[in-house]
Each structure stands twice: as C-alpha cells, then as structure tokens.
Design a protein around this ligand. Structure first.
Ligand code: NI
Length: 180
C-alpha cells in the first residue's frame, strides 16, 4: 500500500523498494521458520523502509526478502490507527461489500487506481516471537490486509483490475520512469 502521509520512528535500516518488473515481487514468499534476531531485524527494516517511502503497508518481498511477513500502519473505517506486523499471514476471511476505492503500492510509485476489495478481512499468523495472532480489519485497513497478503503470493494490486481500468493501469506502468 502506498502514499498515506505518515511517518514513525523505527530502529531499522531503510532498504530500497523493489518495483514492478522485479521477479521477487512475482515469487510466492517462503514461510518463516526461525523466529530469531534476524527476523526482528527484518521487521525493523520493513518499518523503516515503509515509513521512508510514506507507505501504509509493506511486504518483505518489496525490499527483496522472499519471506512471509508484512508490516502495516493504517486506519480502519472508524478512523482507528493500526500498527503492527504479521509473520506467515493467511487471509482467512475477506467478506462484506466490495468497495472500489483508490489503491496504491510502493512498488508502483506515483500510481493509484480504483481497486475492488472486500470491506472486512481477517488475517491469521504469528508475531515475531512465534505467538499466534489474529488481525481483523475494516475499510482501508481491510484493503491493506488483502493487498499485503497478495504481495506474499507474488501478486500485485493491478492484477485484480479489469476492463478499462486495467488497460489504463498497464499503460501507466509501461510509461513509468521506474518501469524496467
Ligand atoms: Ni503494495
């Protein structure tokens, strides 16, 4: 997810964001098996990289690490802010009405397109210590959860577009300065 204006503090190192066209974004990420100091560093680096790019969510493969993990900092439909990380996330529920709001992605900088997403989502996974967590989101946060789970399966939000919006998106990608 991209272009939410928000910054936070993070101990991590800012790593370069991978752009659409990079194969790591098209590869299903591997499950995390070791809940160790390296994993904590990865989560810190993901937060640092997300905030540096003004993002609302970031998956590990967006900084070139093909592991099942994402971080987020975004608001739900009641305006409540959610900040956290999930390891080995599984999108267990995506239901409610389909909303067609604008969506962006740090891996397709500068672009936003109306993208259909369910209004409610639940993600099951673990935190960086391996403790099971369940995250429930509505509104923009539900959109973020669906978007980040897609990244870890090697998908991008433009894949979900259809018709004229899809054509417009692919044309914009082809002419983008970051496009390879
Ligand atoms: Ni994204």
């Amino acid at each position: 997810m991209g272009t939410e204006r928000r910054r936070g503090q993070s101990a991590g190192t800012i790593r370069p964001i991978r752009y659409m066209g990079d194969p790591v974004l098209r590869t299903e990420a591997d499950p995390v098996k070791a809940f160790d100091a390296d994993l904590k560093r990865l989560v810190d680096d993901m937060f640092a990289s997300m905030y540096a790019a003004d993002g609302a969510g970031l998956a590990a493969n967006q900084i070139g690490v093909s592991l099942q993990a994402f971080v987020y900092d975004c608001a739900d439909d009641a305006g409540r802010r959610h900040v956290g990380h999930v390891i080995n996330p599984v999108l267990t529920v995506a239901d409610g009405e389909l909303a067609d709001d604008d969506e962006g992605c740090l891996s397709l900088p500068g672009l936003r397109f109306a993208t259909p997403r369910h209004a409610h989502a639940v993600v099951d996974g673990a935190d960086m210590t391996g403790t099971p967590v369940r995250i429930e989101g509505t509104g923009y946060f539900a959109r973020c959860l669906q978007h980040e789970c897609g990244h870890l399966k090697g998908r991008l939000y433009v894949d979900t577009l259809t018709g004229a919006t899809r054509k417009e998106a692919l044309r914009a990608v082809r002419s983008a300065t970051w496009s390879t």
